[in-house]
Design a protein. Sequence first.
Length: 451
Amino acid sequence: MSSNPVAETVASLMPRAKAELTELVAFKSVADFDQFPRSESEGAANWVAEALRSEGFQDVALLDTPDGTQSVYGFLPGPEGAKTVLLYAHYDVQPPLDETAWVTPPFELTEREGRWYGRGAADCKGGVIMHLLALRALKANGGVPVNVKVIAEGSEEQGTGGLERYAEDHPELLAADTIIIGDAGNFRVGVPTVTTALRGMTLVRVRIDTLGGNLHSGQFGGAAPDALAALIRVLDSLRAEDGSTTVDGLTGEARWDGLQYEEGQFREDAKVLEGVELIGSGTVADRIWARPAVTVLGIDCPPVVGATPSVQAGARALVSLRVPPGVDAAEATKLLQAHLEAHTPWGARVSTEQIGQGQAFRADTSSPAYAAMAEAMRVAYDGAEMQYAGQGGSIPLCNTLASLYPSAEILLIGLSEPEAQIHAVNESVSPEELERLSVAEALFLRNYAAG
């Protein structure tokens, strides 16, 4: 990174950043209180609130959102008449999955081969630290030239919409001229990237019942309708022969015109086993950024160990549908539910329940904020040009903010590049990316204020 005072300050703050991220990762802040104690999320929220207070933020508050979680808010006043920038991150995390598959404990930040490992290190507790680093660097080099609002969400990973509904009920709270969503990522390490499109999502539970109770498979199998077999048929109907998503009434032919994702690189990033084909058609970018994608997240049925020779009376699954920009998530939910019901065989009883939803998002890249960010990233990344990419994941708050504040410019940056393995075991963050993106955000705030 080329030498400049902001970069030098951020570099000097990296040991502190690691110590703080260690503290924040230690909270098991999964916003599923059936699995993890509420006190862990509350502890993380209080940590963020105290960090904001220590930086001089005013009006710091723990917002009780309608889904039963807390988001952390704070306001840092800038010079009189300055623009206002909202910085977003989330402190909640995905469950660690199989903790035995982690090389080091998921809630202990551990340095290994130049990366920092821990659940939430990249997604998105590292984003909280990125915002703090950027603001500290500016304070040490002439001050923060804009008004800054920070919002740290407590249930982004659950998709339960608490902060979206809170924002809709308090529309003045998060109003800003520009919004930086620190929950995306570079296309890969060292490639400065803004995410310009996000797929939306919906989560649907489907349950199938066929019998009053389980039956002996020898006595009744062959005529008694098997609920698990019916469920398998329903789930299989969601994909074409090549693996493309096929939800009745939902089109899947859109194209991605921006940065392309080379197939061999994708196979490596996704750790696809040798000889196993990719699914779908079109370019990789088409498939993961511009088209719908269904995933079966879980099935309730007997495990193999301990299974008895029985015809199953009932079975259920949790289905995720990623919704491309331009498609309304509520309409996609209705189509998915109708598809599941229409493709249930043998007259089996079927019920569906939507449990989460978020709209897709597409940014306006012609706005002045994008020019300010491009210059900031060029400096932070030693002359590398900013790239535009999509992201297959969802940040439901983006569309809510775009609807509430139609004149606000929204940029998505962050630490979740492919090596980070977010949502998987052994999640990690590159400290070099954390450093560079913190510099870029600081320089952006300075550029934006001067524009």
